[in-house]
Design a protein around this ligand. Sequence first.
Ligand SMILES: *Cc1c(COP(=O)(O)O)cnc(C)c1O
Length: 224
Amino acid sequence: MSIKSNIKLVNDSLQKGCRLIAVSKTKPNEQLLEAYEAGQRLFGENKVQELEAKYQSLPKDIEWHMIGHLQSNKVKYIAPFVALIHSVDSVKLLEEINKQGKKINRVIPCLLQVYIAKEETKFGLNEEEVLDLVNHFPNHFTHVSIQGLMGMATLTDNQDQIRAEFKSLKNLFDQLSQQALPPSIIMKELSMGMSADYQLAMAEGSTLVRVGSTIFGERNYSPQ
Ligand SMILES: *Cc1c(COP(=O)(O)O)cnc(C)c1O
């Protein structure tokens, strides 16, 4: 299957109100261009350097999404152009994004990454930390716009577990949607679902699915 037909296949299976982010990490520009020519405009990357290099060399109407763990000292490289940072996993990081946004007079769109998986290693805020941040949102965070939540389910074949984890994120999303929020927080996007579980995620209310290998094929991480 070609990238073009894969894009079409995934797009045809999307529910109304759900958008596809083509996760192009490790893939060369030619493959991104193939997706671009098939009409794809939202791309996701997980490394700052790669994201920046691809932004520089590819068409300017692409929306670049940062989906991977982000170190504070690298925020400045993507602050001018990033469409959405999905992976805000600490207040310290949000502080830095706000600082960089202020410097260039840009309000930077962000999602709070919530820890929903049973695994130990996943990054993210827990529910309590999210509520605490939202309910005591610092007044000086003038250059970030929180637009929703992101989560990753446990890497498992157990569909019930994955569904339960997505449900818990959707519940938090709904709970926040129904409460009074500061002006710089809106609950608009729910980023959940990858190649293996995006159908499940959509059924639970995802608005952004992050799909890589189903579109571009397996990634090759072997050292050069
Ligand atoms: C790599 C990655 C994806 C896409 O994974 P696939 O299984 O290839 O679809 C989605 N989200 C995040 C955060 C990723 O790092």
